[in-house]
Design a protein around this ligand. Structure first.
Ligand code: EPZ
Length: 420
């Protein structure tokens, strides 16, 4: 297992290019299975979750060529729509095969996804959605077994206790694309990654309206073609580098990002004293001498993204004053708190909120990554801490950040990767 060694105190400077969005790539790769024709997906980030996806697609019988950031998928020989426990337990995102495989084969078996450190992650909305389209869904021996000769379009309400579901909306959109008749998804997720998936489906010949709004309409078609498509940039990766620049008093230009996808976060950063200037699709990130504490509540898009909550907390740890971070999507998503406190932060948990009393500095320490975004927050804290920070279990980071060490080194960070 590898770890990261970070010597803090370096100001980040220069330009960093954002990779393709992990959370678009996963459902888009699954969507290629809706057709019997090949598809080519470009700008796919080289991260562990994508490698897992490719492994799953091959195990289901598809021919897959993965070269750099391009994945060519030939799904014509996919036969046996069963996602084993072994496959699903490595990556919850594999649930996004439910819709495409059910729509194409009329049946699918998916191992019921287990627990997750960021909180309970039920799939009741996914199952409710396919049931509403007419599928018979049972839970047998730890597997979701869904069957339906022909899915039938209808109205599906997908609102849950924490709002809409991103992959849930994706699954029902994919299932409805080949259903008989029209489907309307109410309380649909509006995330840019849902829109990206929808645009790919439209390139395959699907009839979809209302993408990006809480009401999506899908007119089912008989068959879909293959398509060539390029995935959008990763707004969560971009948000992470924007915060890295602000925390290190840096001057970093972010290349290949659409800032409109980060409205809620940028609004908070501006309140905190971060200066963001946009030019020719590039965003330059600098800051005022002293930052101000801001409070944040995570919400479904276009609200503040939960996947940037930990990184925002790391920043507030070094901003004198009180800020309150409230997590409304995954109420227990605070695995990073104890590790940040080990580095000298002063964070107290109160229900689904973290009360951060900002300090001038943090001190380097050995810390342990627990999940993808929590580990990103520990890296950010290590970049500003006095002395050396060891971040272990970096395989969590590999799941969603392409070339993180090289990109940070190119901005002047003192960071390296070593075997534990
Ligand atoms: C996607 O997960 C992302 N993953 C997550 O990013 C992200 O945190 C999440 O959306 C929210 O933005 C991918 O796209 C691969 P949800 P998803 O269904 O779709 C509850 C990262 O760091 N819920 O929108 O699985 C659920 O428990 C990852 O890149 C139900 O109650 O999330 C949560 O509280 C982590 N029933 C809320 O809804 C359901 O059937 C939102 O979950 C489904 C979800």
């Amino acid at each position: 297992m590898d770890k990261l060694i970070i010597e803090g105190g370096k100001r980040l400077e220069g330009t960093v290019e954002i990779s393709g969005a992990k959370n678009s790539s996963l459902p888009i790769l699954a969507a290629t299975f809706l057709s019997r024709e090949p598809s080519v997906i470009k700008n796919v980030p080289q991260v562990a979750d994508v490698f897992t996806m490719v492994k799953i697609m091959k195990s289901l019988g598809a021919k897959v060529q993965h070269n750099g950031n391009t994945v060519e998928v030939d799904p014509r020989n996919v036969k046996n729509p069963v996602l084993t426990y072994k496959l699903v337990s490595t990556m919850r995102g594999s649930i996004c095969f439910l819709g495409p495989l059910l729509a194409r084969f009329g049946e699918v078996q998916v191992s019921f996804p287990g627990g997750c450190v960021i909180g309970q992650r039920p799939i009741d909305l996914h199952l409710k959605g396919v049931r509403t389209l007419g599928a018979d869904v049972k839970l047998e021996h730890g597997y979701v077994v869904a069957k339906c000769k022909k899915l039938k379009g209808t109205r599906v309400y997908l609102g849950g206790s924490f709002g809409s579901s991103v992959l849930g909306t994706g699954n029902i959109m994919m299932a409805a694309a080949l259903a008989h008749g029209k489907t309307v998804i109410d309380s649909a997720a509006c995330e840019p990654e849902v829109v990206d998936l929808g645009n790919f489906l439209k390139k395959m010949g699907a009839k979809i309206d209302g993408l990006g709004s809480p009401s999506i309409e899908i007119e089912g078609v008989k068959k879909l073609t293959g398509a060539v498509y390029s995935v959008i940039p990763d707004r969560i990766e971009a948000g992470t580098y924007i915060i890295a620049s602000a925390m290190t008093k840096g001057d970093v230009t972010i290349k290949n990002i659409d800032l409109r996808m980060l409205g809620a976060m940028l609004d908070k950063l501006k309140d905190a004293g971060v200066i963001i200037t946009e030019k020719n699709g590039h965003a330059r990130i600098r800051r005022e001498r002293v930052l101000r504490p801001v409070s944040v509540t995570t919400l479904p898009y276009p609200g503040f993204p939960t996947d940037l909550q930990a990184q925002m907390m790391a920043m507030m740890c070094i901003v004198p004053g009180i800020s309150v971070i409230t997590e409304k999507i995954y109420p227990e998503r605070f695995m990073h708190v104890s590790e940040l406190n080990r580095m000298g932060a002063n964070i107290m948990l109160e229900g689904h909120s973290a009360i951060v009393s900002g300090r001038k500095t943090l001190s380097g320490a050995p810390v342990m990554a627990s999940d993808l975004r929590a580990s990103a927050a520990l890296v950010l804290a290590g970049l500003v801490a006095e002395g050396v920070t060891d971040v272990s279990r970096v395989y969590h980071l590999d799941r969603g950040y392409e070339n993180l060490v090289a990109k940070l080194q190119s901005l002047g960070a003192n960071i390296k990767r070593e075997k534990e």
